[in-house]
Design a protein around this ligand. Structure first.
Ligand code: UDX
Ligand code: ADP
Length: 474
């Protein structure tokens, strides 16, 4: 039985993708009720918090939308069963991290949360339900979802359930999520049933030009998401590899980026050299692509894409070595300030942030870190740093440095030997370097991995300066 129009949406997973995406759908479709469910009660409580500064996800423009639509046609709850029952369409937007053990460990995605969702949908849905994959998933996950849904139907002959499965990957980038959702370059819908595709299309057509809504088969849609992220990440590793060459030759990576970006065949986006890409998607998606290619015996394809991840790790190691060398090869007990812990500006997300690995390297050499970030909470920093520390022996731990969190930049800089800009937060562009120089030890070093600081001003203040990919400062 096909319902003509989607009236009730359920989204399973109230994270960085589910929360903002559903907020925009609710805002654009006042006649549709959107229920976002999550098993994490504290996350749901935060989404329901009266204080909009306490929402679990920070995104420019998000709290204004939440203020407009929350408790009107957008609801956050932990009541999964009830909301699955009444949904005409269910978005699966749960986490799919890389497996840490077993077959495919370190490369394949862990699909246990997706499987759990599919089982719940199979059990509790009523009538016809469109099931939409939103999370970034390995190619052919729709097949797994399908198998789970239809195996339930086979067992239960008295059911009234039918399903359509669609892939509708999300292309939003954190920090610009609301803009990306409101003005997407394209919306991609993969599926086999025209009716279901059209129902989902009708939702997006409320605010997206029909020509920007692309429909493909399920597998093309799933693969396109991985490939889009792999291509973007590849550009970052390409430019980062050249940043090292710039430092050796006296060239300036920003000038090189600008010069090549003017070529319309290359384009100017995603050519900003930095400490390596972070975020929950790039590494995971490339590794999925590598895994898939190896699985199908395509060794050359796998090796080609794996190199993008290898360069990304190398970039972080390279930066860390430069810092240690500039500080006379010894950072034990030196105070080093980390300016920015999120993986990019305008988000409080720290997943795969280059700051984690770079901090960890510095701590393993005995540095005392003062970590500062305008939006990231101390608790998140603790979780991400502790995660890595567990592999160390007791001997290593004795020599391991300390870290503390300090939101205030100038308090962090007091008596520091060095500061490293790791995230391109606007606030770092206006640091008063004369004041910083007075507060810091001498010689005091500023390392800029995002090219946002004016090196001449820093040098005039009496501090030493190094900027990524800039041969002048080598
Ligand atoms: C990415 C994709 O852009 C998005 O389409 C997909 O849906 C999810 O993954 P996101 O990870 O949120 O989005 O942010 P993005 O802006 O792509 O940045 C990823 C990382 O690359 C960040 O660490 C960023 O600092 C870095 N980056 C980006 C660079 O180092 N240089 C650049 O030129 C661009
Ligand atoms: P993303 O960046 O893809 O949105 P997040 O980790 O931010 O990923 O969010 C995924 C959310 O999905 C988490 O809040 C997690 O608690 C939730 N989740 C995972 N599995 C389930 C499930 N079976 N039912 C409800 N919520 C789930």
């Amino acid at each position: 039985m096909y319902r003509k129009q989607i009236k009730n949406i359920c989204c399973i997973g109230a994270g960085y993708v589910g929360g903002p995406t559903m907020a925009v759908i609710a805002d654009k479709c006042p006649d549709i009720n959107v229920f976002v469910v999550d098993k994490n009660k504290s996350r749901i409580d935060a989404w329901n918090s009266p204080d909009l500064d306490l929402l679990p996800v920070y995104e420019p423009g998000l709290k204004e939308i939440i203020k407009r639509v929350r408790f009107k046609n957008l609801f956050f709850s932990t009541e999964t069963i009830q909301n699955i029952k009444k949904a005409d369409a269910i978005f699966i937007s749960v986490n799919t991290p890389i497996k840490t053990s077993g077959l495919g460990a370190g490369q394949a995605s862990n699909l246990k949360w997706v499987e759990a969702c599919a089982k719940e949908i199979a059990e509790f849905s009523e009538g016809h339900t469109i099931v939409i994959e939103k999370s970034t998933l390995p190619v052919r996950t729709a097949e797994i979802i399908k198998k789970i849904l239809f195996s339930k139907l086979k067992k239960d002959i008295n059911h009234d359930k039918t399903f359509s499965i669609l892939s509708n990957p999300e292309f939003l980038a954190e920090g610009t999520a609301i803009k990306d959702l409101e003005f997407p370059d394209r919306v991609l819908i993969g599926g086999e049933e025209e009716n279901a595709i059209n129902q989902l299309k009708t939702i997006y057509e409320r605010w997206v030009e029909p020509s920007r809504i692309i429909t493909t088969n399920l597998w093309s849609s799933e693969l396109s998401k991985l490939v889009a992220n792999a291509f973007l990440a590849q550009r970052i590793s390409s430019i980062n590899s050249i940043s090292a060459l710039c430092e050796k030759t006296g060239a300036d990576i920003n000038e090189v980026s600008r010069a090549i970006g003017f070529d319309s065949r290359i384009g100017s986006k995603f050519l900003k050299a930095g400490p390596g890409f972070g975020g929950s998607c790039f590494k995971k998606d490339i590794l999925n692509l590598v895994y898939l290619s190896r699985y199908f015996g395509l060794k050359e394809t796998a090796n080609f894409w794996e190199q993008v991840v290898i360069i990304n790790k190398w970039q972080k190691e390279r930066i860390y070595s430069i810092i240690v060398n500039k500080l006379f090869g010894n950072i034990t007990d030196k105070k080093i300030v980390i300016l920015g812990f999120s993986f990019k500006a305008n988000t409080n997300d720290v997943r795969e942030s280059p700051a984690i690995e770079i901090s960890q390297y510095l701590l393993s050499e005995g540095a005392n870190l003062s970590i500062s970030d305008p939006k990231v909470d101390e608790e998140n920093i603790k979780l991400s740093l502790n995660g890595i520390k567990t592999g160390l022996s007791n001997q290593d731990l004795n020599e391991y440095g300390n870290w503390h969190f300090e939101r205030d930049i100038y308090k962090a800089l007091k008596n520091a030997d060095a500061a490293i800009v790791l995230t391109e937060w606007d606030t770092y562009k206006t640091i008063n370097w004369n004041k910083a120089s007075d507060l810091m030890n001498s010689p005091g070093w500023i390392f800029d991995t995002r090219s946002i600081i004016d090196g001449n001003v820093v040098k005039d203040s009496g501090l030493e300066f190094w900027s990524l990919g800039n041969g002048d400062y080598d």
